[in-house]
Design a protein around this ligand. Structure first.
Ligand code: BGC
Length: 921
């Protein structure tokens, strides 16, 4: 800190000039929500960014004020005034005021003082508005469900529509609609869809909790008569679920509950609640299912024309059924809580790159990209024409759709034309993973072209914060495939795949991909919700399951169950919110206690999925790395992380306990699985990777284990032999132990198994298997052959950190201190990695020209950097026209040398933009 003060003193005068007029920016609450409406505010925290400034900028204090109205905010904040708080933190500052009331809207602003105690101006005013958190309000409404229609499959009902008319007699000040559903819905008011979201309030363990959405409908209401309409479908609640053809996992008929609160200008309030006076009827949707698709009969629209508008004659409609409140209460009714994750929206649209007409009436559209979501079709056809819409990720050799890998998921939509002018339709209550779409059933010579179909890319609305590119186009394609893998599988839960009869929150996949996910997109809200799903899914014995929400499977086993510790940790590192740790801490402790109990002399049992999908495994089910070895390694690792977490939460005794436990497990691991020649397990790559990555070996054995790992790679012809467990560790371990060139060789390997192999076979997303398809041998076994599985995309973290060249320091998370240390190699001549971090933009961009490494670095406001140059000699480094020595002394920085690598290091580099040049030998 002293050094920082010195630095700032040097910049004092110019900084002062730059400071005036500056103010905090990008105000947000909780998980970086700007002006949230109805998002979960528990616990409420405040964040902001310091403005970019031509000089380094640091915060020494802040003041936050919160008020119920603009006037109070200016003069006398009536809710909370933090006062001037000395702190260099501008992230996740805990709110210290009274409870935020249900539906309440508050205003807030913030100012800061820099490290010379200059006060900034006040920020702009932001708002936050609570959802309906008062359960008694929800209890005044009823959960309603369909009372009409026929059972279409097994015990399931057709999707249906509900309606209610009401009148507005006075001038409106504001109106909010609060909705929660067990099932998925679309809400309409006076003929228009409310909001731009799909998939209702998402998927949670509906037996325990349901999320609610809040909509501002003030401007959608009419004076006088109004009509509310709801469409409700099965979704995850009662739709198909898992590979076992299960249905109705949570219940037979989906349910919905809504509360419309209209506040009039005179202060009075009117409420419209769902109850048995709501009418319901069949809609034009014949069937809708998550896996199987949607069927829509546009001819039926005429029966319900204007159903969501006033004046519609619903006298023949039946009253909705109402869930029995007493039974629900006796069963311990599930909580309704404002949503934690952002909703699913159409994030992007794509036009086809080609349309083929292989047979009369059949058309195949190619979007050029495997994607997830839905479509919008726009076509004309005679009345009664039944359009069949099929989807596929790949084509067979003869150009037909390859759909075997969807397994039992039909993934087929139907549309029956009413036969008017252009008809447009989007199946909204199903979703598909596809690159190709086939239309069939159309009359000869239909007017079908690129304009007949648009693909809608759906996922939870997350801001893309990371960008990565290099001089190597294959690696750029890999990055693009990783991004698309993430887009396709961040769908309410982190899913394994988006297309077959699965699409489930597999914990292992999410755990290994989380660090990469956190680079590409802001996933904090997404994982805030999913870590709660994980806690809801924790088993009574303390183990975490393989799936969250837990709709199948038991104990997740090693690398899967450990998501309960690792995912909160990854999010804490990426976004800096300690609540990620405290919220999950008790669950972590239970989990570690379970593992201890489930072990004999610290060795865990043979359980779990092994090094899932390891190529060339002798025993594909158990793979080449013994499962008790993987389980024991992960036990040690999770205990160690829990120890670190305990320390951060200031629980010193716990920290010591978990640290000792982790050491004991590591010792037992070495004793049981490592022989005198340091062969770990059965000499598999993954066994060495686990031992090295998780620090399980005594210091003196590490080098030998590393040598054995390198030999194991050589024995495999320079290929990886790793599955879901080993692959994410591979490049990280090699770099950590000074073998980045080996990591580059693996990364750039083109033959099977490798990352580039799939790219050379035409991949546009990450595949489940290294050889899900090859030009030579065709498709892998359809039993498990997803073309959109993000797990192997876990290499993305290494690409950002080691090729691009920056990572957060663990001691100062969320990039409060960024370590810039690219590993050159692989023939790359340039790379650019950037991240809109919680503190602001961080960038490492380099190119090599005539053996000179030209490096541009941006360090975010209120943070500092540690710069590790790719050279061991100060003579090679310059900054502008200065030698690095001159430059460092001008900036009051000391030049250091990294003990292990011999590289030149600058520590505590103030935030700013820099350009360095390094002569390469
Ligand atoms: C899923 C995986 C998952 C695995 C566990 C598969 O069916 O698709 O990605 O991790 O099962 O064994």
């Amino acid at each position: 800190m002293k050094k920082l003060n010195l630095i700032s003193a040097a910049f004092f005068f110019s900084a002062l000039a730059a400071f005036s007029g500056q103010k905090p920016e990008s105000l947000s609450v909780c998980d970086f929500q700007q002006n949230p409406l109805g998002m979960n505010l528990e616990p409420l925290t405040f964040s902001w960014k310091l403005p970019e400034s031509p000089r380094p900028i640091y915060q020494s204090a802040y003041r936050i004020v919160v008020a119920t109205n603009a006037q109070a905010l200016e003069k006398f904040p009536d809710v909370w005034d933090s006062g001037k708080v000395k702190s260099n933190q501008n992230l996740h500052i805990p709110y210290g005021g009274r409870k935020v009331l249900s539906t309440e809207k508050l205003l807030w602003k913030v100012m800061f003082w820099d490290d010379a105690d200059n006060a900034s101006e006040w920020s702009q005013t932001n708002s936050l508005e609570a959802g309906l958190t008062d359960m008694s309000e929800w209890k005044n409404a009823d959960w309603i469900k369909t009372s009409v229609g026929k059972i279409f499959i097994n015990d399931r009902m057709m999707p249906c529509i509900f309606r209610k008319e009401f009148s507005v007699e006075k001038k409106i000040a504001k109106a909010r609609l609060y909705i929660a559903s067990r099932g998925i819905f679309e809400a309409h008011l006076n003929g228009k869809k409310i909001g731009d979201e799909f998939w209702g309030t998402g998927w949670t363990d509906y037996k325990k909790r349901v999320q609610s959405n809040t909509y501002d409908v003030t401007n959608m209401l009419n004076d006088g008569a109004n009509a509310l309409g709801l469409t409700l479908a099965d979704g995850w609640f009662s739709g198909s679920m898992t590979w076992g053809n299960k249905e109705c996992f949570y219940g037979k008929r989906p349910e919905i509950i809504a509360v419309l609160i209209i506040t009039f200008a005179d202060g009075s309030v009117k409420k419209i609640n769902t109850d048995n006076t709501w009418k319901n009827a069949k809609s034009a949707i014949l069937a809708a299912d998550i896996y199987d698709g949607e069927a829509y009969d546009a001819r039926l629209e005429e029966n319900i024309l204007g159903w969501d508008k006033t004046g519609f004659d619903d006298s023949k409609w039946l009253n909705a059924d109402v869930a029995n409140r007493q039974i629900a209460e006796a069963k311990g009714e599930s909580l309704i809580e404002p949503r934690r994750n952002t909703p699913i929206r159409t994030i992007q649209t794509l036009k086809p790159i080609s349309v083929k007409n292989p047979k009369s009436g059949v058309y195949i559209f190619d979007f050029g990209q495997n994607l997830v979501g839905s479509i919008n079709m726009a076509l004309k056809a005679p009345r009664n024409t039944v359009l069949k819409i099929r989807y596929a990720e790949m084509l067979n050799d003869d150009g037909s759709l390859y759909t075997e890998n969807y397994r039992t998921a039909d993934s087929t939509d139907y549309y029956i034309f009413k036969g008017e002018s252009l008809e447009k339709w989007t199946p909204s209550f199903t979703y598909h993973g596809f690159r190709y779409v086939e239309f069939s059933g159309l009359p000869d010579e239909s007017d079908v072209d690129e304009n007949s179909l648009t693909a809608l890319v759906w996922h939870n609305d997350m801001k893309q914060i990371g960008k990565f590119s290099t001089s190597n186009n294959l690696i750029n394609k890999l990055q693009s495939n990783i991004i698309w893998g993430q887009k396709g599988n961040f769908f309410s839960t982190p899913t394994d795949c988006p297309q077959r009869d699965e699409r489930l929150g597999w914990t292992g996949d999410a755990q290994v991909f989380a660090p990469t996910a956190a680079f590409n997109f802001d996933v904090s809200a997404f994982f805030r919700k999913w870590t709660l799903d994980l806690r809801d899914a924790q088993r009574p014995n303390g183990s975490f399951p393989s799936l969250a929400p837990a709709v199948a499977g038991g104990d997740g086993g090693p690398a899967w169950a450990d998501a309960g510790v690792i995912v909160p940790w990854v999010n804490y590192l990426a976004y800096g919110d300690k609540n990620f740790l405290s919220e999950n801490y008790e669950a972590m402790k239970l989990f570690i206690a379970y593992m201890k109990k489930d072990s004999t002399d610290y060795i865990r049992r043979d359980l779990g999925y092994g090094d899932w999908l390891q190529p060339y495994a002798e025993n594909p089910r158990n793979t080449d790395t013994p499962r008790d070895l993987i389980a024991t390694a992960y036990f040690a690792y999770s205990a160690k992380l829990t120890s670190k977490i305990a320390l951060i939460l200031d629980k010193k005794e716990d920290a010591k306990y978990f640290e000792d436990l982790s050491k004991n497990v590591a010792e037992a691991f070495t004793k049981k699985f490592v022989d005198e020649n340091c062969i770990v397990g059965k000499d598999s790559q993954t066994a060495y990777l686990l031992a090295l990555a998780f620090d399980l070996l005594p210091e003196e054995k590490r080098q030998q284990a590393l040598d054995n790992l390198i030999k194991a790679i050589e024995k495999a012809g320079g290929h990886l032999r790793t599955g879901f467990v080993g692959t994410p560790l591979l490049a990280n371990v090699l770099t950590r132990f000074g073998k980045s060139q080996e990591a580059y060789k693996l990364l750039l390997k083109e033959s099977y198994p490798s990352w580039i192999f799939s790219i050379n076979q035409g991949a546009t997303t990450m595949w489940e298997r290294w050889n899900s398809y090859s030009k030579k041998d065709g498709f892998g076994s359809a039993g498990m052959n997803s073309f959109n599985h993000y797990a192997y995309g876990a290499i993305g973290q290494w690409m950002y950190e080691k090729i691009g060249g920056f990572e957060t320091s663990q001691a100062a998370p969320a990039y409060k201190e960024t370590i810039f240390a690219p590993e050159l190699g692989g023939g790359f001549t340039s790379a650019s990695a950037q991240l809109e971090s919680p503190y602001g933009l961080i960038k490492s961009e380099w190119k090599i020209q005539d053996k000179i490494f030209v490096w541009n670095i941006t360090i975010a406001p209120n943070t500092s950097g540690k710069i590790v140059f790719p050279t061991d000699s100060v003579k090679n480094i310059s900054a502008g026209n200065m030698s690095i020595q001159e430059w460092a002394s001008k900036h009051n920085l000391l030049i250091d040398v990294c003990k292990s690598s011999g590289r030149i290091v600058l520590k505590n580099v103030p935030n700013s933009k820099y350009e360095f040049k390094v002569k390469l030998n």
